[in-house]
Write a protein that binds this ligand. Structure first.
Ligand SMILES: Cc1cc2nc3c(=O)[nH]c(=O)nc-3n(C[C@H](O)[C@H](O)[C@H](O)COP(=O)(O)O)c2cc1C
Length: 223
């Protein structure tokens, strides 16, 4: 810990989805640090509803990778025609496809799971079937993990394509029904360089006191 406030902001500004990863193994002590960062996250009533499954064995990665790559192509078939590398969207699609095709070679697949819980807004009489995992209590943990990966020089990205085959994952990996898989984070040393994220300025997303009002100097829409 350096105690320098600017470090965390620098990490946030350069924490891009890193989907091209080296197959080199990631030391256990780095994984332990990442998980320690994850569990620092806030959660509703501090219930810490997260659990993790760290997958680094050949069979598990093959099982996951085959299904991920299949569903990625199936789900995004329309956008995969005529991918234009000269646009950032095209480059993102290419990188996503690369990750799908190489998922089985990624050193670590981190399954971030959460216990199931109904959102407050769903009345008791409408609660049928399985509750969703408590997403709101898991995503801060997921974000902490992504930030820790970046801080430690590891590439990672947030993925959710497993939703298309999550039931199969429960059987294969023995994940109990009480838990849902919220995100699968492929982790490894990056092939490329970290760079700044590109985002629309906060000013374009910010209102002041009433929706539609802006405050110069706080966050005014950027023309
Ligand atoms: C809820 C959510 C689901 C996502 N699912 C996937 C996914 O299944 N596969 C993937 O490659 N990226 C996925 N992403 C990553 C986004 O595509 C990525 O964060 C976004 O495009 C910004 O990329 P950048 O940080 O490199 O600019 C997901 C992100 C979020 C927040």
């Amino acid at each position: 810990m350096t105690g320098n406030d600017h470090d965390i902001l620098q990490v946030m500004h350069t924490m891009r989805a890193m989907r091209r990863l080296k197959p080199d193994p990631v030391p256990d002590q780095l994984i332990a640090k990442i998980l320690d960062a994850g569990v620092c996250a806030p959660s509703g009533q501090n219930l810490q509803r997260w659990s993790f499954l760290v997958v680094d064995d050949v069979d598990g990665k093959k099982f996951f990778g085959e299904r991920y790559a299949y569903w990625l192509r199936e789900r995004f078939a329309a956008s995969l025609r005529n991918v234009d590398d000269s646009t950032s969207e095209g480059r993102q699609i290419k990188a996503a496809l690369h990750l799908g095709d190489h998922m089985h070679e990624v050193p670590i697949l981190l399954f971030c799971c959460g216990t199931r819980d109904w959102p407050f807004a769903v009345p008791a009489e409408q609660r049928v079937g399985r509750a969703p995992p408590s997403y709101g209590s898991i995503y801060p943990c997921v974000q902490n993990i992504l930030l820790a990966c970046r801080a430690l020089g590891l590439g990672a990205s947030l993925t959710t394509m497993h939703q298309m085959f999550e039931d199969d994952m429960h059987s294969f990996f023995g994940i109990p029904e009480s838990h849902g898989v919220v995100s699968v984070i492929p982790i490894g040393f990056p092939l490329g360089k970290f760079g700044p994220v590109t985002r629309e300025p906060a000013a374009n997303k910010t209102h002041f006191n009433r929706w539609g009002q802006h405050k110069p100097g706080l966050a005014s829409p950027v023309a």
